[in-house]
Design a binder for this molecule. Sequence first.
Ligand code: CUA
Length: 156
Amino acid sequence: MHLHKYEKIWLSFGIGSLILFLAILGVSAFAFGHHPPSEMATVDSQNLSEDPIFSNPGLEEIGDNRYRAVLIAQAFGYNPSKIEVPEGATVEFLVTSSDVIHSFTIPGTNVNFMVTPGHVNSAEYTFRESGEYLVICNEYCGTGHQFMQMVIEVVP
Ligand code: CUA
């Protein structure tokens, strides 16, 4: 078979692109595949009262002005519905859902993540300014969705 010169060039280009594409896929799988996000930690959503973390939701001091907030999202609120931390506190949020998909969103901050049943969803935030921070749900979760909220009180 005799190929025209330009056909050869285009064929080489096509094969080259394919190899490059596969290489990128492979590199991505290698780079990200070994570091599952924290959201991959699982929890039995039907049995939260038996769970070592979520059986006792609330705030815990874990270091120098560092806190862990364990929260359960459910239609249509969060448990607990209010936490209080001092100004400058860094809070690690561990949130799961006991029913459907919700979100944990603090407007004005970069904290905005989906809360999925069966998973430990997490984020960390340092509250540098005192005041009342509202947490809202950004995922439509039913008739009470727009009323779903909690409060983080950051005291000076
Ligand atoms: Cu929970 Cu919308």
